[in-house]
Design a protein around this ligand. Sequence first.
Ligand code: ZN
Length: 143
Amino acid sequence: MCYCPGDTPSGGYDQAGLPQRDYPCQAYNMNKKLTSTWQRRLLDMRNGLLKNSDNTIEDRKPVGLDQTAVGRLSRMDALQVQAMQIETNRRRQLELKRIESALSRLKDGEFGYCIICGKEIEDKRLNIDPTVPSCIACSRNNG
Ligand SMILES: [Zn+2]
C-alpha cells in the first residue's frame, strides 16, 4: 500500500494484488516487493498444508490389521488414532482459514496491520507467523 497523497488505484490491481499506480513511488515498490514475498510465503504454507492433508488421507486407509490383534483394545486404539487425526485435520482447517484471510488482507493492502487496533504488527511477529491478524497488545487483550 502506498502512502503518497491521493493514493487512488486507477489501473486496478496488479498480480500481487496491489493497486496499480501511474507513478510508482519508492515506498510502493518496497511494499510491492514485501507483499510478493509474504504472498509467496503464505502460498507455500498453504501448499504445505494441502500436501499434508493428502498424506493424512493415505494414513486413514485401514492398515492391514493383524487378525489376532483385533480386540477391544486395538479397536479403542484405532478410535483414538482416528480422533487424533480428526483433531489434526480440524487444526489444519483453522490454519488454512488463517492463511486465506492473510492472503485476502494482502490483497486489500491491509496485511501487516492489526485487525483490531489498526497499528502495524511487529515484523518479528509476522516473521514467526505471517498469518497473525493482530498485534501483540491486542492478542494479549483477547486471550
Ligand atoms: Zn492491535
